[in-house]
Design a protein around this ligand. Structure first.
Ligand code: SAH
Length: 249
């Protein structure tokens, strides 16, 4: 999910050696350095692509992306500018898209942010590294559990992960200063608009899977949604349980 149609996927950043947990022994420490070098190269590429928000770049230079990729899928391409598989038919977004979406949200320390589509937990970690208070919802129980563990292991203990259907949002914690959706619904779900505070931003890919989708940045202004930005993208669909409220066709 999340790769830009018009962006050429750059080759994976060169990291030699097999994948291992960098916390295990001297050899693994050397590999930890390789991960760090790959991460720095990833951030340079994102900057070259035009994201110049220093807070976002700093957050992404501190979050160990490879640790959010489950071990069976973790390899030297963890920091390449493309999506990475995370199991259950899902992917972690291309780093550039993570940077772009995070930048568009315009959140700073203390902001209360809802994410729909936790996946690996990486996007949630980037938001937490920015100092946001993060609430994230994932519909696949195994991924919610994986993300919980990965966030904890990386030290992002305050991120709240809920297993559920994002079409409901998180009513008990609303309103949110910003909402980011990392799977594509056919239309903007009204529940999420209701749960956004006035003046807050919603960054969301909209459109049917297999067709053109548009990543929209919307700002809530009273009863209006102001479109600030859009970009062609391809995301996995936002699915729903049969009982959940669906947007009008
Ligand atoms: N942000 C993630 C990537 C998300 S992939 C990361 O950083 O890794 C999109 C995720 O949305 C998938 O894990 C998928 O299971 C989830 N998803 C799809 N429909 C959903 C829904 N209705 N509610 C919550 N999560 C949903």
């Amino acid at each position: 999910m999340g790769w830009l149609n018009r962006t050429v996927c750059m080759g994976a950043v060169a990291v030699t050696g097999a994948c291992a947990d960098p916390r295990e022994g001297p050899e693994a420490n050397a590999r930890g350095d390789e991960w760090a070098a790959a991460r720095a190269a990833m951030v340079r590429l994102i900057r070259a692509y035009g994201v110049t928000n220093e807070a976002v770049l700093d957050a992404m230079s501190r979050v160990p992306r490879h640790e959010f990729i489950p071990p069976p899928f973790r390899d030297r391409s963890a920091y390449g500018d493309h999506p990475n598989p995370i199991g259950h038919g899902q992917t972690i977004s291309q780093p550039y898209i993570v940077a772009y979406m995070t930048d568009r949200l315009r959140v700073g320390p203390g902001a209360k942010v809802l994410e729909v589509g936790t996946g690996s937990g990486y996007q949630a970690a980037v938001l937490a590294a920015l100092g946001a208070r993060v609430y994230t919802i994932e519909i696949v129980p195994e991924l919610a559990e994986h993300a919980r563990r990965a966030l904890h292991a990386a030290g992002f203990n305050h991120v709240q992960v809920k297993c559920g259907d994002g079409y409901h949002g998180w009513p008990d914690e609303a309103p949110f200063d910003a909402i980011i959706v990392t799977c594509a619904p056919p239309e903007v779900p009204p529940t999420l608009i209701e749960q956004l505070r006035d003046g807050g931003r919603l960054v969301i890919p909209v459109g049917l899977s297999g067709f053109a989708q548009t990543l929209k940045t919307l700002r809530k202004a009273g009863r209006e949604l102001v479109l600030e930005d859009e970009l062609p993208v391809r995301f996995v669909p936002m699915v729903s349980d049969p009982g959940a409220p669906r947007p009008a066709p």
